[in-house]
Design a protein around this ligand. Sequence first.
Ligand code: SAM
Length: 273
Amino acid sequence: MKLDLPPLREVISRHGLTAEKSLGQNFLFDSQLLDRIARVPGSLEGANVYEVGPGPGGLTRALIGAGAHVTAVERDRRCLPALAELSEAAPGRLEVIQGDALAIDERATVGDGAHIVANLPYNVGTALLVRWLSGESWPPFWRSLTLMFQKEVAERIVATPDSDHYGRLAVLAQWRATPRIALPVHRSAFVPPPKVMSAVVHIVPAAQPEGVRFAILERLTSAAFGQRRKMLRQSLKGLPGGLAALEKVGIDPTRRAETLSVDDFVAVARALS
Ligand code: SAM
């Protein structure tokens, strides 16, 4: 869908949308980059998209342009008039909710099967990611996640064992989902530019391994990586049944958490369950 809209910079100056640091506002204006991000989930023709933090609507334009129906949650009231203009230019394609994405009941708001796409401030993004990956119910309500992160966080999500970035976030993101870094994004693409580089991560749900509860895996990784430089026989001491579970699946207790694969964690969690 071709949208007849003024350039984003004009929209921002007309509505006085100076970037607010406390809201993590680093806007994207480059329409080619925004189109590339909107292509990361695959075809969005007729798809439902839940966008968090649309701001002045750059990414929202690209998502609508790619054929999506967008439900967007924005905390900053100042952005609402600019988003209303976009909604008018694309009738029936954009619903805007003013509020805090951390306080929204997403399943009730967007239903099942929506793609989630967001360019969010770092702290909110990580909190939401953990929420979307958590819980006992799987598959989740979302079909895919396409999220902008600081490069370092993106590396933590896709990290493999024995690497500096490997930890709880990698296990959480990989035990029943498949993450990949889809697109590195240079800091100069943002207005204003943040201090660090960014990357778009794409995550799709996979099958949940049988016989493992999320809460158990969470406790296990929390204990194991809580003291990541220590041997497992030390770090799992306080976890009831932890050492017996290691023995049951044949993992040497002198190993450290960062050497265990995601499958190893799943096997230990299964023994604990
Ligand atoms: N999507 C726009 C873009 O790519 O140019 C804006 C991205 S900017 C990095 C992050 C946006 O998230 C801002 O518009 C900010 O107001 C909004 N935001 C920050 N915290 C939020 C929250 N808790 N819930 C909803 N939106 C939030």
